[in-house]
Design a protein around this ligand. Structure first.
Ligand code: IMP
Ligand code: MG
Length: 204
């Protein structure tokens, strides 16, 4: 099958960072003309880090049932890459919460749209989140989940902005410390767009 856009994908891998150095506008057709400030994390950098997180998670859970609970939609790419790097038995389920709508700031209200079907009781629960910003989404969800008597309850976030002042639950596994900018790609969206970027970019 012929690729629609010419030679090897210029926008996957570390070459994105290199080729974009000093440029204000990324000309990736996936962006539909939307200007980005910079590539914050390239796809090679992400996959290296995801592999490391997979090792850390494998080592952290010696016995017992492990349920990896992905917070949709933002975690869908991260979770699918991450679970393939965890070398022990596990199960996967999802949660859907809605907090941002189309805005670039948290509204403070978290609505549970889909609840996991699997029982959480007695299991190690690893909640997988795309990014921790204000931490409101996480706090609300962890309150709900801890009422269901899991054996343990931890969070793995791809990105952490470290701006929340009163986080009641620490994030045990963090991929990257994120700049306090609005990021898209690798699952993160703005108004449902840009989730499919293989790198993480900062929107202008
Ligand atoms: P929090 O409740 O403020 O911590 O926000 C958490 C949720 O908001 C994340 O799961 C994302 O869906 C969304 N979010 C926060 N910051 C960003 C960002 O920089 N880009 C895209 N989505 C974000
Ligand atoms: Mg979102």
């Amino acid at each position: 099958m012929r690729r629609p856009s010419g030679p090897a994908d210029r926008w996957s891998g570390i070459s994105v960072n290199v080729s974009m150095a000093g440029s204000r506008t990324v000309e990736d057709p996936r962006l539909d003309g939307r200007p980005v400030k910079r590539i914050a994390f390239g796809s090679d950098q992400i996959s290296t880090r995801v592999r490391e997180l997979g090792c850390a998670i494998t080592d952290a859970y010696p016995v017992g049932d492990l349920l990896v609970l992905g917070l949709l939609k933002g975690s869908f790419i991260f979770l699918s890459d991450l679970v393939r790097e965890i070398r022990r038995p596990l199960q996967v389920d999802f949660l859907v919460a809605s907090s941002y709508g189309d805005a670039m700031e948290s509204s403070g209200t978290v609505r549970l749209v889909y609840d996991p079907e699997t029982t959480l009781e007695g299991k190690h629960i690893l909640l997988v989140e795309d990014i921790v910003d204000s931490g409101r989404t996480l706090s609300r969800l962890l309150d709900l989940l801890s009422e269901r008597s899991p054996r343990s309850l931890e969070v793995c976030a791809l990105l952490h902005k470290h701006v929340a002042e009163h986080l009641r639950y620490p994030t045990k596994f963090v991929g990257f410390d994120a700049p306090n900018e609005f990021l898209v790609g690798y699952g993160l969206d703005h108004a449902e767009n840009f989730r499919h970027l293989p790198y993480i970019a900062s929107l202008q």
